[in-house]
Design a protein around this ligand. Structure first.
Ligand SMILES: [Fe+2]
Ligand SMILES: [Fe+2]
Length: 247
């Protein structure tokens, strides 16, 4: 197993490790490191993968410089290694939405997390990070995504998650078909009335790149991909409701 590093947008590095046995064709676990004056890591990786991922990150920047740690929700692949990173990077703090801090992170993080201001982007020097709460999308009460304004990169976590170990970045691909195939395999997404509208709001950001946690980064028509994903989940939600009503 190895962690591959690739710059997928200006100063944005994808650290990707494929676990072959996690799914047919393998399953990638990606962290994203933003090299700014105050570098930010999005996703820590699982605790047991830290010794693989940290040296890869250290090839991009001195880990002692790491200032911010964020992630999509509280699950081991998103934040299992959080306290290992806090240990390795003495200046680092977790930044997360207020609900996530109140519900989990004030307790789980070895150093107090910093509540992300949902109205004002975090200026990390060269990059500006918006934290957007997306409760239960794709799963987890505390779920969130982040958006880097200068590069227009949407770090969309488990949204669009797909199996396989493809290239680091693609420009033209059927993201939605691959995501729905993975959804059929894992059933990881909360299907609620809020799922599609929440995803459509992310399209309003007009991202230039989607940074998937499980899959390649996508530098194609992100707005259409987000709308198509929202439409697909809306169709699935409606059909689930209709089946429930008919039963
Ligand atoms: Fe997840
Ligand atoms: Fe994940």
């Amino acid at each position: 197993m190895q962690t591959n590093v690739h710059e997928i947008a200006d100063g944005v590095y994808r650290l990707s490790t494929c676990i072959p046995e996690a799914a047919p064709g393998g399953f990638t676990f990606n962290q994203y490191l933003i090299d700014a004056e105050e570098p930010l890591l999005f996703h820590t990786g699982p605790r047991q993968m830290f010794d693989l991922v940290a040296p890869a990150a250290a090839g991009v920047l001195d880990l002692e410089r790491l200032r911010w740690i964020s992630f999509g929700h509280v699950e081991s692949d998103e934040c299992g290694a959080m306290n290992r990173w806090l240990q390795a990077a003495p200046a680092a703090a977790v930044t997360f939405n207020g609900l996530g801090c109140d519900v989990s992170l004030n307790d789980l993080a070895d150093r107090p997390p910093v509540v992300a201001d949902d109205a004002t982007p975090l200026d990390i020097g060269g990059h500006r990070i918006r934290t957007i709460a997306t409760p239960h999308v794709p799963h987890g009460w505390e779920a969130q995504v982040i958006f880097d304004e200068p590069t227009r990169t949407l770090f969309c976590g488990d949204l669009f998650g797909q199996t396989g170990d493809g290239p680091a970045i693609v420009h033209d691909a059927d993201l939605v078909g691959a995501a729905l195939a993975a959804e059929d395999l894992f059933g990881a997404t909360c299907l609620t009335a809020a799922t599609a509208p929440t995803i459509r709001q992310l399209a309003d950001l007009e991202p230039r790149t989607l940074a998937l946690m499980h899959g390649p980064a996508f530098a194609g028509d992100c707005v259409t991909a987000l709308h198509d994903l929202a439409d697909a989940y809306e169709t699935r939600f409606r059909s689930t409701c209709e089946q429930g009503a008919a039963a």
